[in-house]
Design a protein around this ligand. Structure first.
Ligand SMILES: [Zn+2]
Length: 133
């Protein structure tokens, strides 16, 4: 248990979700932008890195029955549009559910999970997904 929890602590640290924030208008961008599309020149040099909490709520969702080959083992799966507390919206998979308890407005948090494996090299890739709070 000790080894496993240490592994997850280190993973959480390594896979932070980084956005950035315009120092002029305060809007948060994820993925990161070099220049704020609203402020243009006024934002140059004022885009500050911001670590997202990974918490937000479900805006819409769909249960996907047809999956690309890399998802075959886990279908069907739930894909949701999530509005993060800091403002940006992003699409992510909701894990640890069969989809029956997923509802618009429910709170979610980012979790880091295995997203695939390179068959040739055996390298396992991790990325963020979301779990109901
Ligand atoms: Zn701006």
């Amino acid at each position: 248990m000790g080894e496993l929890s240490r592994f997850w602590r280190e993973s959480d640290h390594r896979y932070r979700i980084m956005a950035n924030k315009c120092g002029n208008c305060g809007k948060v961008y994820f993925p990161i932008r070099d220049v704020c599309p609203q402020c243009h020149r006024e934002s140059i040099g004022k885009m500050k890195p911001l670590e997202l909490t990974g918490k937000g709520e479900i805006v819409s969702f769909t249960i996907v029955h047809e999956a690309p080959p890399s998802f075959v083992r886990q279908r069907p799966y739930t894909l949701a549009l999530i509005k993060l507390d800091e403002g940006p919206t992003l699409t992510g998979q909701i894990v640890d559910t069969d989809g029956s308890n997923v509802e618009i407005g429910k709170r979610v948090r980012a979790v880091f999970r295995r997203i695939g494996e390179d068959g040739k090299s055996g390298i396992i890739q991790y990325g963020y997904k979301f779990a109901l709070e």
